[in-house]
Ligand binder design. Sequence first.
Ligand code: AMP
Ligand code: MN
Ligand code: MN
Length: 323
Amino acid sequence: MKAPQWTDATRALDSAACILLVTHLQPDGDAIGSLLGFGNALRARGCTVDLAVDGGVPDFVEWLTGADTVQSRLNAGSWDVMVSLDSSDEERSGDCGIYGRAHSKTVINVDHHPSNTMFGDIHIVVPDAVSTTEIVQDWLTHMGQPLTLAIAEPLLVGLVTDTLGFRTSNVNGRTLVLAQELVAKGASLPQIVARTLNSKPYKSIALWKRVLNSVELDDGLISGTISRADLEAAGFDETGDSGLVGFLIATDEAKVAVVYKERDDGRVEVSLRSKPGYDVSVAAVSLGGGGHKQASGATIPGPLSTARDRVEPDLRTVIQNGS
Ligand code: AMP
Ligand code: MN
Ligand code: MN
């Protein structure tokens, strides 16, 4: 992995009159946290900044300062610099990413996925970072940018959500030091936990009620399947699996957890989790997706039944190669 190009990146930003920030499709807490944390900081520095992600900001983080300034599509504008946040590849940043890349002179790629394809002109890719907000926080410190509450709150959202509340195996003392710095600026850890990790609509529970019936455990692999019929019966119209795969990997006997979700276009979203020692990102990359050792995903062609047949051999290999 190439060393982070902090100096080149800062120089590019400093000489930019207008900047575009984009993040990944179906944005999670780290995607929106890094978008708004960095966006609010650049605005505090007097920069002209546009923020965009396909579909806009999801409900669970719409209370963050600046969420109302995020564009859900781009069809006008041009920029000196586009910064891509938390996206491992170009496709992950959707139509906003396509438009932004075509209308920006320089692209800075800021991410923490080991599967990052190193797209763009300037790279700050730090696989050891627990979240992209950690990288943004380091960058702001490097720039000498003071952290206000409007910057600290989204940054803490990213840190908390990508570490599942400081519980993932990559968390270390420095993670807590960074969190402490954000809490000292007024960001509330209990409020963020309540609004992100500890919040689910009843339709998620209605979905789980149906889907838990499909769960199977076979030789270290636990799997669940979400069909269109399940989604319709539960009235579940949100992205993702509402945390199901994260719940399944807590099973003592499981090394790897997978949830297959049938999309309305017939393709299948594959969500993967693993115990430390087992690297599901290898399987995700071979399926055309990406992610981290313990949390990865891909979207693959359907139908559901053949998707399972395609994925399971790769997951068996992950289990065999792990320890
Ligand atoms: P999920 O299971 O959807 O929560 O995804 C877990 C992680 O896998 C995400 O944080 C991403 O890093 C990665 N991921 C999921 N889907 C994709 C995809 N289609 N392409 C690349 N990475 C993905
Ligand atoms: Mn993310
Ligand atoms: Mn992330």
